[in-house]
Design a protein. Structure first.
Length: 346
């Protein structure tokens, strides 16, 4: 696991920028024990204790006002592992990956935020390498435990093609993000519905089974504890880069200036004649947008829109029902494009 310097400055127990499998597991177990008290303080189940908090996380105040919504001051909660997107609210994302699977030939270096999304990504795109990229250490802890299951060939279909819930019951799921004032502190029974909403259960189940069969195809699997701003997207000359952003570039998570740093760094990392696809998915909606970043032989870089739905805030967001633009729209040179919902259906 690689770690951004930013995280080493914020999380007290994270004191290295690299952890192997064993040391990452030890780190996560230590932080899991501490985080329970911190998360209980954050959501006012325990009395505020600044000393306890500062033994776990630096810089941030974890106090929330009574009238604050789930989307207010999210960043400290995400760093702390107290608001964790284990349950995917990206709807029908497999359709977007399927569309790209026909569009991209050759080897692919894949990067994805989120928990379930990387498994759907590889099972559909057949990635050469896969990086689980997230600023939330508990999401990466879950990935580390899933890695063990896949390495031991534990994921398999049982009755009616369904994964036996017992197989994934030990995945450490806690403080699951929901569209409400407080996350779910504990899962009563961790199963496939802990990771996917009702309309995506079949896709998620099948993706995990397919990921298991395609697991040997991956030449490298990496966990990267980082925000997008500080992420390290390394590129190879013979591969197309695919970055699944979900809605991590929404203003609640990433400012315009932070996103520009990310885009500039990725642009600089590309080789001549290399491409990178960037995928955005609206939270709580079956709406997406795909962009293509290309570097040409003269080192010029351009960003075009492959497809883009009319993005509308879901009912759970502050500007519910209103159309919106994302940071990528400020950089694309495309004036016209088809909706992704149309191209995905073809």
């Amino acid at each position: 696991m690689t770690v951004s310097v930013d995280h080493t400055q914020i999380l007290v127990d994270v004191n290295s920028t690299y952890y192997d499998e064993d040391t990452a597991k030890a780190l996560f177990l230590k932080m899991e024990k501490k985080s329970e008290d911190v998360c209980n303080i954050l959501y006012k189940y325990k009395k505020y204790d600044l000393g306890l908090l500062r033994n776990y996380i630096r810089e941030f105040s974890l106090k929330k006002k009574e009238d604050e919504k789930w989307y207010d001051r999210l960043i400290p909660s995400l760093y702390a592992g107290c608001f964790n997107f284990f349950q995917m609210n990206d709807i029908k994302v497999k359709k977007t990956f399927t569309y790209l699977s026909y569009k991209i030939s050759g080897l692919k270096d894949c990067y994805s935020v989120g928990f379930m999304q990387p498994y759907i990504m590889h099972s559909t795109l057949d990635c050469s390498t896969l990086t689980m990229l997230d600023m939330n250490w508990k999401i990466l802890f879950g990935h580390l435990e899933m890695y063990q299951l896949f390495k031991n060939e534990s994921i398999r279909a049982g009755d009616e093609g369904k994964i036996d819930p017992e197989i994934i019951s030990a995945i450490p799921v806690s403080w699951t993000a929901v569209f409400g004032p407080k996350p779910r502190a504990k899962e009563r029974n961790t199963n496939i519905s802990s990771f996917c909403s009702l309309g995506d259960l079949e896709d998620c189940n099948d993706s995990l089974i397919n990921y298991q069969s395609m697991f040997p195809n991956l030449s490298r699997i990496e966990l990267q504890l980082s925000t997008l701003t500080h992420s390290d997207i390394r590129v190879k000359t013979d591969k197309t880069v695919v970055v699944y952003l979900s809605n991590a570039i929404d203003p609640e998570y990433t400012t315009y200036n932070q996103f520009k740093i990310f885009l500039d760094r990725l642009s600089n990392n590309l080789y001549a004649d290399q491409k990178a696809y960037l995928i955005y998915q609206a939270g709580g909606r079956n709406l997406s947008a795909i962009y293509l970043l290309e570097k040409f032989s003269n080192d010029e870089v351009s960003l075009t829109t492959v497809c883009r739905d009319k993005l509308v805030w879901s009912e759970e967001y502050k500007h519910r029902g209103k159309p919106f633009k994302i940071h990528l729209d400020r950089f694309t040179i495309s004036k016209s494009y088809s909706p992704c919902s149309i191209v995905n259906a073809n």
